[in-house]
Structure formats: structure tokens, C-alpha cells
Design a protein around this ligand. Structure first.
Ligand code: NAI
Ligand code: PYR
Length: 324
């Protein structure tokens, strides 16, 4: 009897292209294949890097019992026909590089990566992770010209997960009991919503005093910086990769989970022509629906202050890559 071994291999029909094989990109690749979500193509400018990471991940395939393939490349053609493109390519902040310098550097990288990725995967949904997140997501949509539902940014799930963790740690309970919601831009001006944070449905405002809640919200705002200070050589990547993988799972499996996502606003929350974190149902079409929560006056004002800061940086980023 002859057997065609090709026919015995599982055929994964879904494909995620991850641009940037650094800490976030490679950890996300690991999360995706270990959840059996999709095949992954990892692309980076550094020769050998994505190929090495891909080989290493493939050598764990038999131990982790998944059927997804990982390929590493420096060539955009190999990323073709992705269902989802994730952009993690870029620089992280280091001593001597100002925020403005970083904005200009990453704007150039993201504009270039988005344009090339779109050329080979014009039907993909795009998810941006590179910082400054809300600005890079706006830029990606501008460069690709895609409908807004198909371009989104990851940050709110991470920020909410950090707040969820800090609430659970404070109360000495499992995070499984806790839900948390953080909206707004990914930065110092993010907007945690204590009224939408619960322990099995009980608002945290009934379990913690306002001073404690304020302390946990402040720690969340500084969540990224706290990890950088400890690591010294880079930023967080385990929780960011987990956050992105939850969004990706909701999209690829059409779960319509409600997740805080940097989405394009067209009047929602009184904001127009801007990407910022708001609760969205994510599914096979990308952002299926933006949910407009009832906010207090102070929360609404905080969201607008956060949006103004994003808007200023959007203008700067667009100019730095030659958009009028
Ligand atoms: N949105 C969020 O919540 C989060 C955002 N980030 C951001 O994600 C980005 C990546 O972070 P890490 O993976 O930790 O950084 P990293 O430095 O480990 O990886 C970045 C990778 O991008 C690659 N790269 C640079 N230019 C490229 C280009 N033109 N084409 C393809 N690849 C290119 C680099 O070679 C490097 O391998 C940073 O901007 C970081 O600030 C990180 C964590 C959370
Ligand atoms: C790097 C980053 O954006 C974060 O850890 O929140």
C-alpha cells in the first residue's frame, strides 16, 4: 500500500502574517499556534531572525500537539493571502530617543510595512500593536485605504487585563472573578472605568474604597513603564501577546467577544475621524459593532482629552511620512 504523506498533514486554512519577529511578534506567534488558531508567517528585516524563530517554534510542534505551521521570512511575497496581518514592527523607546523621534521613526516603519503587507494581502484584517498605538493604527488605515472595520489596534485588552490583575491581587482572589474595562488612548491618558469593573457582577466600588481604586488605576496607567523599569532592556510582551491572541481568536472564530479595541470613531462618544480604545464586538468582519457605554461627565471629558492628545500626534505622524 502506498500512502501520500502530504495528504496526512492537517491543512490549516487560516493564515496570520506577523510583521516584526521581536519579543511581541514571536510570543504572539507562539500563542497563535499553541491555541491552534492559524498558520503563522513571521516577517522581519533582520535576516535569519524570523527563520530561526519559526524553526524553533516548529521544533516544539510535536511537543505542544498543534497542527499549525510557522514560516519565517524577509520577503513580503511569502506573507501573501493572509487572513489577518499583525503589525509589531518598530522601535521601542530607549534612552536618548525622544517621544517625537520615536513617533517619526515608527511612522515610517509602519507606513512601509502596512503598504507592503496590504499589497500581498488586500483582503486581510489588519491589527496594529506598534506604539504609539492609536496613531499607528490611524496611519495603517490611511496607508491601506481599508474600510475602518478591517483596521484596529490592540491596547485596551492589555490595559484592562492589567487592571483586572491588580484588582485580583488587591482582593487576594483569582483574576477569573474579575472583569475590568479601560478605554481611551494607550498611554498616560487612558481612561479606566471603575463602574464597569466587577467581581462576579459586583461593582468594585462596593468592595474597594476610592483611594485604593485610584491607586490601582494609576498603576494601570503606568503598567507598561513598570515592566520596562524592571526589565531595563525592553518592554512587556507576554501580556501584550496574550491580549492580541484573544482578539485574534475572536476574529478568526467569529466569537463576537466584546473587547476594548482601538477602533475608528465616526461620531461615537462624540468623536470623529480618530482611532481610540472603545468597547467593540470583534468577529469575522473585524470590528462588527462599537458599543457606546454610558459614561460619567468626568469619564467623557477624560476620553476627549485622551483623543486630543492622539489627534495631535496623528498630524505629526502623517506629516512625517509625507501625507498632507
Ligand atoms: N499596543 C500595545 O499594547 C503594545 C505595544 N508594543 C509595541 O510593539 C512594538 C514591538 O515591541 P517588541 O516586540 O517588544 O519590540 P522588539 O524590538 O523586540 O521587536 C521589534 C521588531 O521589529 C523589527 N522591525 C523593525 N523595523 C522593521 C521593518 N521595517 N520591517 C519589519 N520588521 C521590522 C525589528 O527587527 C524587531 O525584530 C513596539 O513599538 C512596542 O512599543 C509592545 C507591547 C504592547
Ligand atoms: C509597551 C507597551 O505599550 C505596554 O507595555 O503597555
Amino acid at each position: 500500500m502506498t500512502v501520500s504523506y502530504d495528504s496526512l498533514l492537517s491543512c490549516q486554512s487560516l493564515r496570520v502574517a506577523i510583521m516584526g519577529a521581536g519579543n511581541v511578534g514571536r510570543t504572539l506567534a507562539q500563542r497563535i499556534v499553541e491555541k491552534d488558531l492559524a498558520d503563522v508567517v513571521l516577517l522581519d528585516v533582520v535576516e535569519g531572525l524570523p527563520q530561526g524563530i519559526a524553526l524553533d517554534l516548529m521544533e516544539a510542534q510535536g511537543l505542544e500537539y498543534h497542527n499549525c505551521e510557522v514560516v519565517g521570512t524577509n520577503n513580503y511575497e511569502e506573507t501573501a493571502n493572509a487572513d489577518l496581518v499583525v503589525i509589531t514592527a518598530g522601535r521601542a523607546r530607549t534612552p536618548g530617543i525622544s517621544r517625537d523621534d520615536l513617533l517619526a521613526i515608527n511612522a515610517k516603519i509602519v507606513a512601509d510595512v502596512a503598504e507592503k503587507a496590504y499589497k500581498y494581502s488586500p483582503n486581510a484584517i489588519f491589527m496594529v500593536i506598534t506604539n504609539p498605538l492609536d496613531v499607528m493604527t490611524y496611519l495603517t488605515r490611511k496607508v491601506t485605504g481599508l474600510p475602518p472595520q478591517r483596521v484596529m489596534g490592540m491596547a485596551g485588552v492589555l490595559d484592562s487585563s492589567r487592571l483586572q490583575t491588580f484588582i485580583a491581587m488587591e482582593l487576594g482572589i483569582s483574576t477569573a472573578n474579575v472583569t475590568a474595562m479601560v478605554l481611551g488612548g494607550h498611554g498616560d491618558l487612558m481612561v479606566p472605568l471603575p463602574n464597569y469593573c466587577t467581581v462576579n457582577g459586583i461593582p468594585i466600588t462596593e468592595l474597594l474604597d476610592s483611594q485604593t481604586i485610584n491607586r490601582l488605576m494609576e498603576r494601570t496607567r503606568n503598567g507598561g513603564a513598570e515592566v520596562v523599569k524592571l526589565l531595563k532592556t525592553g518592554g512587556a510582551y507576554y501580556a501584550p501577546a496574550s491580549a492580541a491572541s484573544v482578539m485574534i481568536e475572536s476574529i478568526l472564530r467569529d466569537q463576537s467577544r466584546l473587547l476594548p479595541t482601538a477602533a475608528y470613531l465616526q461620531g461615537e462618544y462624540g468623536l470623529n475621524d480618530i482611532y481610540i480604545g472603545v468597547p467593540c464586538f470583534l468577529g469575522c468582519r473585524g470590528v462588527k459593532k462599537i458599543l457606546e457605554l454610558k459614561l460619567s461627565d468626568a469619564e467623557q471629558e477624560a476620553l476627549h482629552i485622551s483623543a486630543n492628545s492622539v489627534r495631535k500626534n496623528v498630524h505629526f505622524a502623517l506629516e512625517s511620512v509625507g501625507f498632507k
